[in-house]
Ligand binder design. Structure first.
Ligand code: ZN
Length: 623
């Protein structure tokens, strides 16, 4: 009987993994007991970590992140912030000015593997561990560690006493195993940006002064005990000792664990149509009203994303006041409540959607920030457009402007740049958020909106709880569209080539019109061109590129489309003839949906006056 069950399980696994043949990922099981002293802002921790080496490699060392060590004068994060031309205003030289009781640190008391003490060295924000015996492929080992840590004054993302008076924003707060994948170890020093973690389960007990209210990643196991509105009669009690309460969280299948604590937190909830509960933890001050009004937007937003991007797989999510802006963690976010209500809605939607892009589709953010921030921004503006019932053809126009403004300068760096290595923070921001979002919106222009949204769902279903790469996403877009898309990702991700097309001329040829388009930019694209007639009629022509080996499917323009002969992109010009006299044409417009990231949109429209095409260049004759 057991054998049959096993083979059934094996079959299911095989079926669901067809897209990732040969894919593997490491696995962790953390059990942590944390004892927080709110007087000294220090905590002691016991960590048991079961580490499963699913790689085909023998590991003779491992690495842990020790993020708190970044918050010390002279750390890499401090020096980077003081030497980069445009430092994050939240950081600037604040780390350099931290006093002894304001810095963050981890002190490792011991580290054992399978009961045997290991040799380790703390090197900035990384703990380098030389293993006594290597971990063989397919083997599990248990690491045990005891540590003492000091919570830094809030500088960036994590820390105590943030600008809004939240006492503990506990993110990047524990010794965390670095990820090892097919590219090897990712033991990146923390200089303030982007994360990559190992998938697994967390069981975390936090003992803290009994007046504090906590929220974070995972499900609370002892809700009656901790109270504060978390009560659930199905859960059992856990003991209280002295003036401390122990909060017990379990988080299955996540790649990080974050929490926040404040004595003034109030707790509120809303429930989605599928039963998922969204928790809100905030200070009930003058902005408390905003938090209560946020509930209906969060609910509607999550339901929209569930329907369009795949279903959020956990039973709860927490929106917690904390941090220094907005930052995503598995099953929760920390956001500040400053500013307008619309701003609070927008940040909550953005951070909530990170549950999909990063929380569940855990791309290596440091390498592919555009797949996490960009895709999240794409879904954020689509969701906001839905929430405010705007029905815009391109709700990402601001992101297009952001990208185009940068692309017109010589400061742009390719999207392949590692997040830590950008010359300017501003370029990182524009690339990760704007260009990344444009990449996706524009992909809809290339393959059609319907194929794009099918791609998004399939991407979620095939890659949830894994670490997808750009190639994995590209392959799904190719399968869903039936088009070859190498050129698109190569050009837009790996280079800073830009797009510029123009309507060169509209000329009378007897009773017909000859339209010539010109490619000015280095990056070639398929072209939608609309001929608006003076009688109000319009005709949509689509010119695929030969390199695509096909044409796009259903798109957002709901008028009949005529597909013209493919454009071999090396031809700088393309001419086609239409059965409409020039006298009847009001104007000819390239991509009126504004999804083409054309850096010079002024030449995309031509009102015919018979201006001649260039004599030197032989245009490709489209039909
Ligand atoms: Zn984000």
């Amino acid at each position: 009987m057991k054998r049959i069950v096993l083979s059934l399980v094996a079959m299911t696994t095989m079926l669901s993994c067809t897209a990732q043949k040969g894919y593997w990922q490491q696995r962790v099981e953390y059990t942590m007991e944390i004892d927080m002293d709110v007087e000294t802002n220090r905590f002691s921790g016991k960590q048991k970590l079961v580490y499963e080496n699913n790689s085909p490699d023998t590991l003779d060392r491992v690495f842990y992140h020790l993020y708190y060590n970044a918050f010390q004068p002279g750390s890499m994060m401090d020096v980077r912030s003081r030497t980069i031309e445009d430092p994050d205003p939240r950081v600037e030289d604040r780390i350099a000015k931290l006093s002894k009781d304001e810095i963050g640190f981890h002190e490792i008391k011991y580290l054992k593997k399978n009961g045997v003490a290991q040799k380790y060295e703390m090197v900035g924000t990384i703990l380098e561990v030389e293993l006594d015996q290597p971990i063989l492929p397919g083997k599990k080992v248990t690491f045990e560690m005891e540590f003492e840590s000091q919570v830094p004054l809030q500088i960036r993302r994590t820390g105590r006493d943030n600008v809004e008076g939240i006492e503990y924003s506990m993110t990047q707060w524990y010794p965390k195993m670095c990820e090892y994948d097919k590219e090897g170890w990712h033991a990146n020093p923390y200089i303030g940006r982007e994360f990559h973690g190992v998938w697994g389960d967390f069981d975390v007990k936090i003992s803290i002064d009994k007046n504090y209210v906590l929220g974070g990643t995972g499900y609370i196991q002892n809700p009656q005990e901790v109270g504060c509105g978390y009560e659930d009669p199905s859960k059992k009690m856990v003991s209280v000792t002295g003036n401390k309460k122990t909060w017990h969280f379990k988080a299955p299948n996540v790649h990080d664990f974050a929490w926040a604590a404040d004595p003034d937190f109030v707790h509120d909830t809303t429930m989605l149509n599928n039963g998922t509960i969204i928790h809100f933890l905030f200070q009930n001050d003058t902005l408390g009203e905003n938090w209560r009004n946020l509930k209906s937007f969060a609910k509607k937003g999550f339901e929209y994303v569930n329907a369009n991007f795949g279903e959020y797989p956990y039973k709860q999510y927490s929106v917690i006041q904390g941090g220094d802006g907005g930052m995503e963690y598995p099953m929760c976010t920390l956001i500040t409540s400053e500013g307008s209500f619309a701003g609070l809605v927008s940040v909550t939607i953005h951070e909530g959607i990170h549950s999909w892009f990063q929380g569940i589709l855990a791309t290596n953010e440091a390498k592919y920030a555009w797949m996490d921030e960009g895709y999240c921004t794409f879904a954020q503006y689509k969701t906001l457009d839905y929430l405010y019932e705007k029905n815009t053809l391109n709700p990402l126009s601001r992101n297009y402007m952001g990208y185009i403004r940068l692309a017109q300068t010589d400061k742009e760096e390719p999207l392949t740049t590692h997040a830590d290595f950008y010359k300017l923070n501003g370029v990182y921001g524009s690339n990760a958020y704007s260009k990344g979002a444009v990449l996706l919106m524009q992909l809809g222009y290339v393959i059609g909106e319907e194929a794009l949204m099918r791609t998004m769902k399939r991407y979620f279903n095939e890659w949830k709880f894994k670490h997808p790469t750009p190639l994995d996403f590209k392959r799904i877009a190719e399968k869903e569209s039936g088009l070859e898309l190498d050129w698109y990702f190569e050009q837009f991700v790996e280079t800073t080539n830009t797009i510029d097309y123009a309507v060169k001329s509209v000329e009378a040829v007897g009773n017909k019109s000859e339209i010539t388009l010109e490619r000015i930019g280095d990056m070639p694209m398929p072209i939608d061109v609309i001929v608006y007639k003076k009688d109000g009629d319009l005709i949509w022509y689509n010119i695929p590129m030969r390199i695509m080996r096909g044409e796009k499917g259903e798109d957002i323009i709901k008028v009949k489309r005529e597909t013209l002969v493919d454009w071999p992109w090396v031809y700088p010009q393309y001419t086609f003839t239409i059965d409409i006299p020039v006298s009847q044409i009001a104007e000819v417009v390239i991509d009126p949906t504004n999804r083409l990231a054309d850096i010079e949109p002024t030449n995309n429209t031509l009102v015919p006056n018979g201006s001649p095409a260039s004599e030197e260049i032989v245009p490709f004759k489209g039909n």
